[in-house]
Design a protein around this ligand. Sequence first.
Ligand SMILES: Cc1ncc(C[n+]2csc(CCOP(=O)(O)OP(=O)(O)O)c2C)c(N)n1
Length: 362
Amino acid sequence: MAARVRKAAQTRPRERPVAVSKTSSAVSPKSGANGAVTSKEAAAPSKDVQLLMYRRMALIRRFEERAGQSYGQGKIAGFCHLYIGQEAVGVGAALACAATDYTIDGYREHGHALARGADPKRVMAELYGRKPGYAKGKGGSMHIFDVEHRFMGGYGIVGGQIPLATGFGWASRYKRDGTATVCFFGDAAINQGAYHESLNMASLWKLPVVYVVENNLYGMGTPIAVSNAITDFSKRSGDYGIPGEAVDGMDALAMYDATQRALARAKRGEGPTLLEARCYRFRGHSMADPQTYRTKEEVEDYRTHKDPLNIMKGHLAKLGVGDAELEKIQSEVNAEVDEALKFSDQAAEPEGQDLYEDVLGH
Ligand SMILES: Cc1ncc(C[n+]2csc(CCOP(=O)(O)OP(=O)(O)O)c2C)c(N)n1
């Protein structure tokens, strides 16, 4: 298994190799006064890691735009929840993880899988319902699962992944293997009973889990203030003795910094952290969403002033990365997505008898 994970940690050919630790978080900083790790103690990512952040965010953006088009052409069926606008959350957090750490997610997960390094060809093939897909074409958009990159799914039940993440945390502690789990979920999931049971247990047993609530201001089409007594989600961990922190979820560097500190804390045996990633989705809840619950001006305002790709471009400009280098990355990413579409168009569909395989119960 260790060899498989090491192999999976290698970046795909077009990605430049970066020095990310394979067995532990990039740093092992000491605690701040309140038990959390302070920003000053966490290491800033190198230029190579920041370039990789941009590449993965650009990949997710392009992949999802093209997936949206394919959905419109009827090549993708069922539900399809795009991650456009929230790329910085997944990528910032994923790159703070060691290759051996686990990430787990809900149904808006193509982006998270790609952020971890999943193969776009196999993610797209799954969306297309084709055999080489990550669930052999039988799971579709909500069920990407990439064990090689320790991406533990893709779940359609709101909040269903939260107790599973707690279980992964328990397993890490039981095996004392130095791994931790980052669990992503939408703001609507924070009102689930399973969230509270999970946080109670994780705190009691000091499990190495980082809970990341992606607050994109709406639970499907419901504004957060309509369904939450407290809309400052960073405070929703308080009763369990877990530190909570609000993070700018449109800024991959801010996400990287906060996740790295939370992972370091988890790996020191100090228990879970809740991160509230304040973000915005540029597209509807799913492809079927007419978006009558928000104004075009609001969406345009976020697109213009808070686009995570532009914010990342700003960080890279400070490191001397110019437009030409970014354009090169963009055209490589475009080619990679074109390849994924072609691959999926040509791939075989599952056959009748495939329905009887991978069935655990009857
Ligand atoms: C247990 C359960 N209840 C209801 C649903 C239907 N449902 C799907 S998404 C969703 C709202 C999710 O909102 P949020 O978590 O804020 O994520 P967003 O879609 O805004 O990213 C609901 C109620 C479900 N999938 N599972």
